[in-house]
Design a protein around this ligand. Sequence first.
Ligand SMILES: CC(C)(COP(=O)(O)OP(=O)(O)OC[C@H]1O[C@@H](n2cnc3c(N)ncnc32)[C@H](O)[C@@H]1OP(=O)(O)O)[C@@H](O)C(=O)NCCC(=O)NCCS
Length: 187
Amino acid sequence: MMKIDERQKIIAISREGLRNSRLVQLGAKALDIVFKYAVASPLEDIVVLRTPKGDIVGFALISYAPGSFGRRLLCHGPFLACFVANIWRLRWGISSVKTPKMTMAPNIPEAIFICIDAPYRGKDWGGRLIGEIENVLKQNNVTNYFVKTEADNNQKVIDFYLKAGFKNIPTASASTNFFLYFIKNVH
Ligand SMILES: CC(C)(COP(=O)(O)OP(=O)(O)OC[C@H]1O[C@@H](n2cnc3c(N)ncnc32)[C@H](O)[C@@H]1OP(=O)(O)O)[C@@H](O)C(=O)NCCC(=O)NCCS
C-alpha cells in the first residue's frame, strides 16, 4: 500500500503537470480516491520513479483495462460521491469535444497518467519513467500499450513520445481529434 505522504506527493505532481485531465480537475480529494483505488485494483498499477536518495521524481498510472476504467471508478462509491460533489470543477469546453474512437484494438493497456515533477523535467527522467512502465508491463506479459495526449499546443509531449519510440496511430474521425493516440511495442 502506498504511504499517505507518497500519495500526497503524486497528487501534487498531477495537479501541477496534468491540469487538463478531467480526473485532475475534480480536485485533490478525487485524485486521492483514484490513486487509492488504483493501488488496490488488480487492473491498474502505479509506477513511482525515485532518485537514488528515494525522492519521488514522477509517476505513471497504468490501466490494463482502460476501456472500463472510468465506468469502474463511477461504480466505486467514494469516487462517485466525490465526482458528484465536484462536477462543477470540470471545464466543459474541453469535455464537450467528442473523443474519437480508435481504429486499432482499444483493448490494450494504457498509461493513463505519465508525469514528471516540474524541477526534474528535461533531464531524461521521463525516458526513465517510460523504461520503468515497460518493466512493469513486461512482468505482466504485455506486448504493447498506448498513451493519448492533446493534439493542440502540445508539441513537446508529442516529441517526447515519438523520441521514446511510440508511433502515432490513426483514429476513426479526423474532424474530432482532440487527442492523439500513440502505441508502442514492449520487447
Ligand atoms: C512529458 C514529460 C513526462 C517528459 O518528461 P521529461 O523528463 O521532461 O523528458 P526527458 O527529459 O526524458 O526528455 C526526453 C525527450 O523528450 C522531448 N522533450 C521533453 N521535454 C521537452 C521540453 N521541455 N522541450 C523540448 N523537448 C522536450 C525531447 O525530445 C527530449 O529529448 P532530448 O533530451 O534529447 O532533447 C514531462 O515533461 C512531464 O511530466 N510533463 C507534464 C505532464 C505531461 O504533459 N505528461 C504527458 C501527458 S500525456
